[in-house]
Design a binder for this molecule. Structure first.
Ligand code: AMP
Ligand code: GLY
Length: 424
């Protein structure tokens, strides 16, 4: 089979490597892919947001199945466009992708269908937002409405900070057009869990749970990033919590999307907080999370292509997923300065061979005269699998130490919170 994968980060690299474990796969095209993905797929210089280019390419290259991984093309309707020319596809329609692309849509959905989430208010007028914030409890959470690469969230500690936040989102548009509406919500506390789930709109198969490390600095300090490292499974996500999430969050969300006329098919990501009042939804993503995918997919035994076909054909109900009984840890190697300003074009030195149980997913690099150089904020994800979390973390850091590029930056405490789970 000829497969087409839209996207070009660490998540797409992990998806491509897992798809290729299925012997039916003959060829994988990555649009656009990246320098490291080029070792596993034919990279084609068509941007993930160039829907006309993607559709033309798919039509002229006998693509048997397509996977659309990033949020932007999903929100723009890439899956709808590929379906329209008869190409089987994994990913939600644009209507279903609103669960991520509009925080107002997702908050209103949860409110209407009684799905637990933080109490909230929506504002499109800065003056009204400030009136409300003057009398609010702090800290409080302010979110820009649209896609903002996981960075559209500010958590002011005082009214003065809230005032500055409203100004920067709604007037200076630091998150772009996504800031014309904001959601102001209650600050919740508790461990965070990411659950990625395959769903065909009705049946759902949650994947192994995971824990992201979103802040740039050690000890969860500094600005929010796309994610600096992950571990899976997440020790806070016990079987009892999983059962509760299934009943109060997962199934109700699928039913809500069906009732709204936009059943969700693809990978639905539940960003959860385990609060003293029970699990609540912090956010939905309409796609595989990154770097969560870099720890979750290495643990999947079932053919990813088979699962994706079952989602597309709406036969997921008859498929049980098999998982490796191991733990995975991923350390992101980033360019110093990420998530704000950073330099590009630094040559990357990789070991000739990775230790057993280690995978290197390429996120932000490109080939320049045959040589890998950095081209993004998050450059590589180094994932290790092992029988225990402590072993996986040690192995991932030891392997990360084998990589060199100028101004390389990583967090040094990935997995520490998970290791101390239950000991607080
Ligand atoms: P989001 O992009 O919605 O996932 O938010 C990014 C991060 O902000 C989350 O991973 C949380 O750590 C934090 N956050 C978002 N919403 C809340 C909330 N209501 N209470 C506390 N923290 C939050
Ligand atoms: N790691 C969180 C995300 O993919 O948005």
């Amino acid at each position: 089979m000829n497969l087409l994968v839209v996207g070009g980060g660490g998540r797409e690299h992990a998806i491509i490597q897992k798809l290729k474990e299925d012997p039916r796969v003959e060829r994988v095209y990555a649009l656009p892919g990246n320098g490291g993905i080029a070792a596993d797929a034919e990279c084609v210089a068509i941007a993930a947001t160039d829907l006309d280019g993607i559709v033309d390419f798919a039509r002229s290259h006998r693509v048997d199945f397509a996977v659309v991984a990033p949020d932007d093309p999903l929100a723009m309707g890439c899956v709808d466009r590929l379906h329209a020319i008869g190409i089987p596809c994994f990913g939600p329609s644009a209507a279903a992708a609103r669960i991520e692309s509009s925080k107002v849509f997702s908050k209103n959905l949860m409110h209407k269908y009684g799905i637990p989430t933080a109490d909230y208010q929506v504002f499109d007028d800065p003056a009204a937002a400030l009136d409300y914030l003057r009398g609010a409890d702090y800290p409080i959470v302010i979110k820009a409405d649209g896609l903002a690469l996981g960075k559209g969230v500010l958590i002011p500690e005082s009214f003065a900070q809230a005032e500055a936040a409203v100004k920067s989102i709604m007037e200076e548009h630091i998150f772009g057009a996504s800031g014309s509406q904001i959601v102001v919500e209650k600050f919740l506390t508790g461990p965070e869990v990411s659950v990625l789930a395959f769903t065909d709109g009705t049946a759902i198969r949650p994947m192994v749970s995971s824990m992201d490390h979103k802040r740039a600095g050690d000890g969860d300090t500094g600005p929010n990033t796309g994610g600096m490292g992950t571990v899976a499974p997440n020790p806070y996500y016990t079987p009892a919590v999983a059962q509760q999430c299934m009943e109060t969050i997962f199934l109700p969300t699928l039913a809500a999307m069906r009732a709204e006329g936009c059943p969700f098919k693809g990978c639905l990501y539940f960003g959860l907080m385990l609060t003293p009042q029970g699990p609540k939804v912090i956010e939905y993503n309409c796609r595989f999370g990154d770097p969560e995918t870099q720890v979750v997919l290495p643990l999947l035994k079932t053919s990813l292509l088979t699962v994706m076909e079952a989602v597309e054909n709406e036969t997921l109900d008859s498929l049980e997923l098999q998982w490796v009984d191991q733990v995975a840890a991923c350390v992101i190697l980033a360019s110093g300065g990420y998530p704000t300003a950073y330099e590009k074009g630094k040559p990357i030195t990789l070991p000739a061979q990775w230790p057993e149980g280690v995978r290197c997913y390429h996120a932000g690099d490109q080939l320049e005269n045959g040589r890998l150089v950095t081209s993004g904020g998050r450059v590589l994800g180094i994932t290790a699998t092992a029988p225990t979390l402590a072993q996986a973390v040690d192995k991932a850091y030891a392997a990360a130490g084998l990589v060199q590029f100028d101004k390389q930056y990583m967090r040094h405490d990935i997995g520490q919170r998970a290791l101390s789970a239950g000991k607080e």
